[in-house]
Ligand binder design. Structure first.
Ligand code: FES
Ligand SMILES: [Fe+2]
Length: 330
């Protein structure tokens, strides 16, 4: 099963890394340890210690005089610098690299990588544009889902599953699809969803619901394969909620959410927090249904508005080429 080698993957936002605290990421069946030093530099090495295989991500970081730091193995405390070199006990000399660094491409706070494969696609500029226009609010819902990449992408581009998977959460009455704009690996989907009005008790419990519109207007901007941006707008401001995907292995796909906002009113804070909380529940519910699907069942029934999934399948099957048909429709 393909993991779309050659695509860039956004393995973390810098805010997800505490200074001098190892952070484990997986990509293409390999594990890596990431750590941020006191100057904000990001380091990434293979995670298996070359002595006896302990997970470096379970260790700690040691800061040096120049503010750089090394990662320390939790088993016998060998220290590895950003190049993967260590100094053996009793020796004063640095070894040759014992671990391969993971090549990163850092754009502002965004940490991208091709996972050591040759690039078949450029990194989209959209996140830099969003970061320039909006305020960063936070990241959340970081989850390793037991599903393959294609199943994850199909689910996330499925405009019909709100009524099933997310039924209780949004109380969406129906999904009215408006338009799909297909630009190859980039696309837009526009639809709106009338929601059930929250009652007073629900509003008191969750004041963010006061800002929930009667009709949820969705504009999804998609960057195949790694990003979906949900552009949301209410009277008090705008949010860009970004869903990120990373193929950890054949059987596991990671997702997390980054939230950016543009406030026009102090009350918008409640909406921002609600958006992050909702994202967490959304991901839990998606993760749950993805674990309850039989694999390789031929699809005998096709619903309206599966254009997002058609777009995923076309791009996935022909990656990195973009082939006909163009799926734009209004
Ligand atoms: S296993 Fe890492 S120092 Fe021994
Ligand atoms: Fe979902």
């Amino acid at each position: 099963m393909s993991m779309l080698e050659g695509s860039p993957w956004l393995i973390a936002h810098k805010s997800m890394l505490a200074v001098n605290k190892p952070f484990k990421v997986s990509l293409y069946c390999n594990d890596y340890v990431l750590w941020k030093d006191a100057s904000g530099n990001i380091n990434a090495l293979q995670n298996a210690c070359p002595h006896m295989g302990a997970m470096l991500s379970e260790g700690w970081c040691q800061q040096k005089e120049d503010k750089t730091s090394v990662v320390v193995c939790p088993f016998h405390a060998l220290e590895f610098d950003s190049e993967g070199c260590t100094v053996l006990p009793g020796s004063k000399k640095k070894t040759l690299p014992q671990l391969e660094p993971l090549q990163l491409i850092i754009q502002g706070d965004f940490i991208w990588t091709y996972g050591g494969k040759s690039a078949k696609q450029t990194i989209p500029n959209i996140l830099n544009e969003i970061a320039a226009k909006y305020k960063f609010i936070g990241c959340g819902a970081d989850t390793s889902v037991k599903t393959d990449l294609i199943s994850m992408l199909l689910n996330m581009h499925d405009y019909n599953h709100q009524n099933g998977t997310h039924r209780a959460l949004f109380q969406i009455q129906e999904v009215n699809f408006e338009k799909f704009i297909d630009n190859g690996h980039h696309s837009h989907a526009y639809y709106h969803m009338p929601t059930k009005a929250a009652n007073l008790v629900e509003k008191i419990k969750n004041p963010g619901l006061l800002l929930m519109p009667k009709v949820l207007k969705a504009h999804l901007e998609n960057y195949f394969p790694s990003l979906i941006i949900f552009h949301g707008e209410v009277d008090m401001g705008k949010v860009a909620q970004i869903y990120v995907f990373i193929p950890e292995s054949i059987t596991h796909t990671r997702t997390y959410v980054m939230l950016f906002g543009l406030s026009k009113n102090p009350l918008f804070k409640a909406f921002e927090q609600m958006s992050l909380d909702l994202a967490k529940i959304v991901v839990e519910q998606d993760s749950d249904i993805l674990g309850k699907i039989y694999p390789n069942i031929p699809q005998k029934i096709k619903l309206n508005n599966e254009v997002g999934m058609d777009w995923v399948r076309r791009n996935f099957d022909n990656y990195p080429l973009v082939v006909e048909p163009n799926l734009s429709k209004s």
